[in-house]
Design a binder for this molecule. Sequence first.
Ligand SMILES: Nc1ncnc2c1ncn2[C@@H]1O[C@H](COP(=O)(O)OP(=O)(O)OP(=O)(O)O)[C@@H](O)[C@H]1O
Length: 295
Amino acid sequence: MAITFKQVNYEYDANSMWRQAALQGVDLQIESGTLVGIAGATGSGKSTLLQMFNGILKPSSGSVQVLDVTMVAGEKSPKLKQLRKRVGLVFQFPEQQLFEDTVEKDLCFGPMNFGISLEEAKDRARVAMERMGMDLELLSRNPFQLSGGQMRKVAIASVLAMDPDILVLDEPTATLDPVSRAELIQLLYRLCRDDGRTVIIVTHRMDELLPFADQWLVLHEGRTVFQGTVKALVEQADQMEQYGVAIPQSIRYWRALSEEFGWSNEEPCLSAEAIAKRIVREANLKIAPGEEGSL
Ligand SMILES: Nc1ncnc2c1ncn2[C@@H]1O[C@H](COP(=O)(O)OP(=O)(O)OP(=O)(O)O)[C@@H](O)[C@H]1O
């Protein structure tokens, strides 16, 4: 298991009159090499949860195990430097993460901080840029003169340059245009499927991640109110609205169709293309061999 939470509570300002419970009795398990979506209304505890994945925040009670590190409330904190190398966090606003005057320096900063030579750090910077589908010419540019989408990708590349086992992203597609959003989700999917990394994405746009996520977590008022596969999420979709999470359009389409055609036991098709193909199959249209892909 990449991550296991047992009965985790977290309170901000725990010792003051402004104490604020942000996570309450959270139990969760995330398997290595999976892509996980985290949803929940604003203030439900998503960002707090993310910050526990690499020990920025430690549990007020309960235990958090991430890779081979276990943090138990009330016990001496384990060494977190290695964990921070293996768990890369990408914040919602990339400008919070970039600070050097060239992209290359920003990408080299993390690896060199962990003792890697300048030469190897530059190699890693190039590989990470290529992995994000970015032009290597951007390496010499000032990151603050890039577009929002480019900055977002550079922020992700700066974390990738550390070669993390777990990549955690807080609303990575916020503020991007629809084409860039779809492209970024594909890139993140490949980082999971091709590289075997665990990729955890907080999103308010469940639709765009539904066809790719292996598992979903839904938070409500600091508690995990759902953890399971997309199929289970589809079955329990009606409950999501009471947690302030709108039922994604693709789930609505799929549920309407499966009700109509009695597909309730099937694995849901949740991209527009997959739904269209399933309808065509149902309608028993004759498709010439080799032409399925053009649908
Ligand atoms: N630094 C802080 N100090 C005190 N309370 C905080 C702090 N950060 C968050 N909180 C509180 O903790 C709770 C959970 O906040 P959190 O930011 O984790 O939610 P979220 O689901 O990420 O919200 P959003 O979708 O708006 O980013 C909220 O009640 C919030 O007001």
